[in-house]
Design a protein around this ligand. Structure first.
Ligand code: TYM
Length: 331
């Protein structure tokens, strides 16, 4: 049987958070042994919002280093930078012509980001889900491991693939999303009804994968909870539900075990324990990250290799698409 193809990516638009880790990267490694895995640093997506060029460049290296530090093995998976493979932008143009204005207008991320960047609602922000569909469809992807917030974009990628396949003949594999049972939607620590985001202006809302132990513990101590005192889940206990999810992801403990552990103790003890579990969980990742960042040429060799491999796969799909569209092949 053919190996399944897995594709996913993260924008280098900020230092990655534990939301990116628990919702996405932590789950990627499990596919490496049995699947054809492709993980991309999606720099072209990042410019839908203004970036400082030097920061974007540095974060592209950092994001790649984080993938590897989180257990993605460049010997087993293809790791590359999106702008190094021109097929992404090329396919996006073709698929723009198979995506409806109405579909893009309904994307919740577009609505949210337009509100946040009211002075820069550019066309890229609007057509961004088409570039994401291209990332996925270019590699004939079967499965896309992501957090909950990306599922709407994956649904759109499926619709675009089906539409193209119907207008012409089967061309694209129709991908499926894969979200983890716990950690698919990590919430902000300061506003637990909002998603944790690496671009949040309030640094206390997110925990970065590179925060030091003291910072992590301080952020968890400050986490917004509720006026109850018992550590257990509740419909309106957004903060505690979120902390229980995070604690469970980092310790593997079930809800019952957590409730038992903190029986008779208060929120303060619980928050401290979550902070410590997260700091301990991130320590080996940070150590590996620091080693990798000290060896830029190693990261560059991976980028180069990955781009070559990805480009070969991408060109296969792209030439198939161009043929079906009726473009005369380059002579
Ligand atoms: P991005 O960069 O916003 O986030 C990267 C991944 O992290 C997940 N994630 C979260 N999961 C749980 N809780 C959170 N608070 C949280 N915040 C982020 C996201 O769901 C995502 O899986 N458009 C994508 C990047 C992308 C992509 C792709 C992903 C571009 N092309 C193709 C998969 C396939 C994005 O902006 O992710």
């Amino acid at each position: 049987m053919d190996k399944k193809t897995i594709f996913s990516g993260v924008q280098p638009s900020g230092i990655l958070t534990i939301g990116n880790y628990l919702g996405a990267i932590k789950n990627w490694g499990a596919f490496q042994e049995e699947c054809n895995c492709i993980f991309c640093v999606v720099d072209q997506h990042a410019i839908t919002v203004r970036q400082v060029p030097a920061d974007l460049r540095r974060r592209t290296y950092e994001t790649l280093a984080i993938y590897i530090a989180c257990g993605i093995d460049p010997e087993k998976s293809t790791l590359f930078v999106q702008s190094h493979v021109s097929g992404h932008a090329e396919l996006a143009w073709a698929l723009n012509c198979f995506t409806m204005y109405g579909e893009l207008s309904r994307m919740t991320q577009f609505k949210d980001k337009s509100k946040k960047n009211a002075d820069n609602i550019n066309a890229g922000l609007f057509t961004y889900p088409v570039l994401m569909a291209s990332d996925i469809l270019l590699y004939q992807t079967d499965l896309v491991p992501v957090g909950q917030d990306q599922m709407q974009h994956i649904e759109l990628a499926r619709d675009i693939a089906n539409r193209f396949n119907t207008v012409f003949s089967p061309t694209f594999t129709v991908p499926e999303g894969f979200i983890p049972k716990t950690g698919a939607r990590v919430m902000s620590l300061s506003e637990p009804t909002k998603k944790m985001s690496k671009s949040d202006e309030n640094v206390n809302g997110f925990v970065s994968l590179l925060d030091d132990k003291d910072t992590i513990i301080r952020k968890f101590k400050r986490a917004v909870t509720d006026s109850d005192t018992v550590v257990c889940r509740g419909d309106e206990k957004y903060g505690i539900n979120n902390l229980m999810n995070i604690y469970s992801c980092f310790t593997g403990k079930t809800d019952e075990e957590i409730v038992r552990e903190f029986e008779g103790k208060g929120y303060g003890d619980f928050k401290l324990a979550v902070g410590e579990a997260v700091a301990d969980g991130l320590a080996p990742i940070q150590a590996e990250f620091n080693k990798l960042m000290a060896d830029k040429s190693y990261l560059e060799a991976i980028m180069k290799n990955g781009a070559d491999t990805a480009n070969r796969m991408a060109q296969k799909t792209l030439s198939k698409v161009y043929r079906k569209l009726g473009f005369v092949g380059r002579l």
